[in-house]
Design a protein around this ligand. Structure first.
Ligand code: AMP
Ligand code: MG
Length: 336
C-alpha cells in the first residue's frame, strides 16, 4: 500500500509539474498532491495559511467525491440517484444539476450527463472494447438529459435505467469548492489541478501549458498567459484504445453512443467557473468548432480548439494570450 501511495504521489507530481508552468512566486509555495475522483490532483499555495488551505483542499475533493458525485461510493447523492431513481439535494448540488441541465439544453443534448450506462459499456476506466451494438442501442435508449427533473430540492430520473455521470463536470465543480476555501483562508496565490481542470487563484499572471494532444503527458504545443480563473481541457488522448487500426476515445456523441469523430483532438475552455470550464470543454468537443464557439460565448467563456491536422482555432482576444512553441502546430484565422 505504501509503495502504491508512493507511486501515485510521484506520478501526480510529474503529471502536474509537467502540466502547469506558472510564474515563480516568492517565497516557495507549499505543495500537496493526491489521488481522488479517479484522477491526479495537485495543489500549490502561497501566503497566509497556505499549508492549512492545502490540507483542507484534499478533504474538499475527497468529500465532494464520496458524498456527492461518485457513482460507486455507496451513499453518495449520485449513487442514491442511480440506485433509486431519486435523491434529495442540498442547495449547491441542486444548483450544479440545474446548470448542467441548462448546458445540456443549450447544447441541444451534445452535453449529456445521463450517459453513464453507455460509458460503462465502453469501459474506458477498465479494459475498454467496442460494445455490442444491441446493448449500446438499449443503453442509449435509456439516456437523455430530458429524463431528469429537479424541483423543491429533489432530483428524479423519469427513466430509472438512466445513469447519471458527473465525469465531464466533477473536476470543475471541485475547483469551484476549492476556490471558496482559498478565499476563506485568504490564500495569496494558488494553482490547483484536478485532472485536466486547473484553478488559477490570486493576483498577477499565470502561464498554463496546453498539452500536445499527440505527445506524452508533459509535452506542450503552446502556452497560455492568463489571470485568475479556471482552465479545463478535454482531449481524445485521455482515455482511448485502438481496435482494427481505429482509435476510440471516451468523449461520446449522445446521438450515436460512439466516440465523437469530428476532426478535433482537444478543446480547452477558460472560464471564471470551474463547472463551466469543465462541462463546456466536453460539450464544445462534441459540438465542434462552430457550434462549440457559440455555446462558450453564451456562457462568457473562451475556447481553444485543436484539430487532428494540428491547427489551433480560437478568437482574436484569446489568440493574443497564446504562444505556440511547436512548429508542427499553427494558428488558424481568428474565429469571430
Ligand atoms: P472530460 O474529460 O471532462 O471531457 O469528461 C469526459 C467524461 O465525461 C467521459 O469519461 C464520460 O464519463 C463523460 N462523457 C462522455 N461523453 C459525454 C457527453 N457527451 N456529455 C457529458 N459527459 C460525457
Ligand atoms: Mg469536462
Amino acid at each position: 500500500m505504501k509503495k502504491l501511495t508512493a507511486i501515485i504521489s510521484v506520478l501526480a507530481v510529474l503529471t502536474v509539474a509537467a502540466f502547469i508552468i506558472y510564474d515563480a512566486v516568492q517565497p516557495k509555495p507549499h505543495t500537496n498532491s493526491f489521488f481522488s475522483m479517479n484522477t491526479y490532483c495537485s495543489a500549490e499555495a502561497e501566503g497566509k495559511n497556505a499549508q492549512e488551505s492545502l490540507t483542507e483542499i484534499k478533504k474538499i475533493v475527497e468529500n465532494l467525491d464520496l458524498k456527492i458525485l461518485s457513482r460507486t461510493a455507496e451513499g453518495s447523492v449520485v449513487y442514491n440517484l442511480n440506485k433509486n431513481g431519486e435523491a434529495q439535494l442540498d442547495t449547491e448540488t441542486e444548483e450544479y444539476i440545474s446548470l448542467l441541465a441548462d448546458i445540456s439544453n443549450k447544447s441541444s443534448g451534445a452535453f449529456d450527463f445521463t450517459l453513464g450506462a453507455v460509458s460503462d459499456l465502453w469501459n474506458f476506466g477498465g479494459t475498454p472494447s467496442i460494445p455490442d451494438e444491441t446493448k449500446l442501442a438499449e443503453a442509449l435508449s435509456h439516456s437523455g438529459y430530458k429524463k431528469i427533473t429537479v424541483s423543491d430540492g429533489k432530483v428524479t430520473l423519469q427513466d430509472k435505467q438512466a445513469v447519471i455521470d458527473f465525469g465531464a463536470s466533477g473536476k470543475g465543480i471541485a475547483l469551484d469548492c476549492i476556490k471558496t476555501c482559498l478565499e476563506t483562508y485568504k490564500t495569496k496565490r494558488a494553482v490547483v489541478s484536478v485532472g485536466g481542470s486547473v484553478l488559477l487563484f490570486g493576483k498577477g499572471d499565470f502561464t498554463v501549458g496546453i498539452r500536445n494532444p499527440k505527445g506524452d503527458t508533459g509535452s506542450y504545443i503552446a502556452t497560455l498567459k492568463i489571470s485568475e480563473g479556471c482552465v479545463s481541457t478535454s482531449g481524445s488522448y485521455e482515455q482511448h484504445f485502438e481496435e482494427n487500426g481505429k482509435r476510440y476515445h471516451h468523449i461520446l456523441d449522445p446521438e450515436t453512443g460512439y466516440p465523437v469523430d469530428n476532426g478535433l483532438v482537444s478543446v480547452t475552455v477558460i472560464s471564471e467557473s470551474g463547472l463551466l470550464s469543465d462541462a463546456l470543454s466536453t460539450a464544445c468537443f462534441v459540438l465542434g468548432i462552430e457550434k462549440g464557439s457559440e455555446l462558450a460565448e453564451n456562457y462568457g467563456a473562451k475556447v481553444i480548439f485543436i484539430t487532428e491536422d494540428n491547427v489551433i482555432y480560437t478568437d482574436a482576444e484569446t489568440q493574443a494570450l497564446i504562444t505556440v512553441n511547436d512548429n508542427n502546430y499553427s494558428m488558424a484565422e481568428n474565429l469571430t
